[in-house]
Design a protein around this ligand. Structure first.
Ligand code: ADP
Length: 153
C-alpha cells in the first residue's frame, strides 16, 4: 500500500517554504497530497481554484504530488484520500506550540493517523503567507518568495 501523506494548509498563497517541504517529504513518502483547506468563516485572498491551479502547475512533472481541496476536519479528509500521515512544517517555537495541540487532537480523533513534522529550511523560515498577503494587498513584489511557476495577479 502506498505510503501517502496529506500536506494540509491554506496556501494563501503557496510559497517557496511550502514547495521546499513537499520536495523534501518526497524522500519520506510515496505520495503527497497537498490539501487546500477552505473554511467559509476565513477570509482568503485567493480562491480555492487559484490556489489549486498553482500547485497543479508547479508539480505537473511530479506524478507523486497531487492537490485537492476540502472543508471540514483534516482527519476526515485523510480518511477520504486514504492518507495515514499528516505532514506539517515547523518554523519556530510558536509553530510548535500551535501544532502540538492540533496534532494531539487529531490523534485523539483518529489514532491511525500520525502527524510528521519537518523543520523549515533556514533560508525559508521567515516566509509566511500572512506577510505575503499583506505585501500583495499593498501591491508589493512577492516574486522572490514564491516558485517561479506561480504568477500572482
Ligand atoms: P495554515 O496551515 O496555518 O493555514 P499555511 O497554509 O501557511 O498555514 O501552512 C501550511 C503548512 O506549511 C504548515 O504546516 C506550515 O507550518 C507550513 N509552512 C508555512 N510556512 C512555511 C515555511 N516558510 N517553510 C516551511 N513550511 C512552512
Amino acid at each position: 500500500m502506498a505510503n501517502r501523506a496529506l500536506f494540509p494548509g491554506s496556501f494563501d498563497p503557496f510559497h517557496l517554504g511550502h514547495e521546499n517541504l513537499v520536495i523534501r517529504a518526497l524522500d519520506l513518502f510515496d505520495e503527497i497530497i497537498v490539501g487546500i483547506g477552505h473554511n467559509t468563516n476565513k477570509q482568503n485572498l485567493f480562491d480555492v481554484e487559484t490556489r489549486t491551479g498553482w500547485v497543479k502547475e508547479l508539480f505537473a512533472g511530479e506524478s507523486r504530488v497531487s492537490v485537492g481541496s476540502y472543508s471540514g476536519l483534516t482527519v476526515d479528509y485523510c480518511r477520504h484520500v486514504d492518507a495515514k500521515y499528516i505532514l506539517r512544517g515547523l518554523r519556530n517555537t510558536a509553530d510548535y506550540q500551535f501544532e502540538q495541540s492540533i496534532a494531539q487532537m487529531n490523534r485523539a480523533l483518529e489514532t491511525e493517523i500520525e502527524t510528521i513534522f519537518l523543520l523549515t529550511a533556514p533560508e525559508y523560515s521567515a516566509i509566511n503567507s500572512t506577510i505575503l498577503r499583506d505585501i500583495i494587498r499593498h501591491e508589493g513584489d512577492v516574486s522572490k518568495f514564491v516558485p517561479p511557476a506561480i504568477t500572482i495577479k
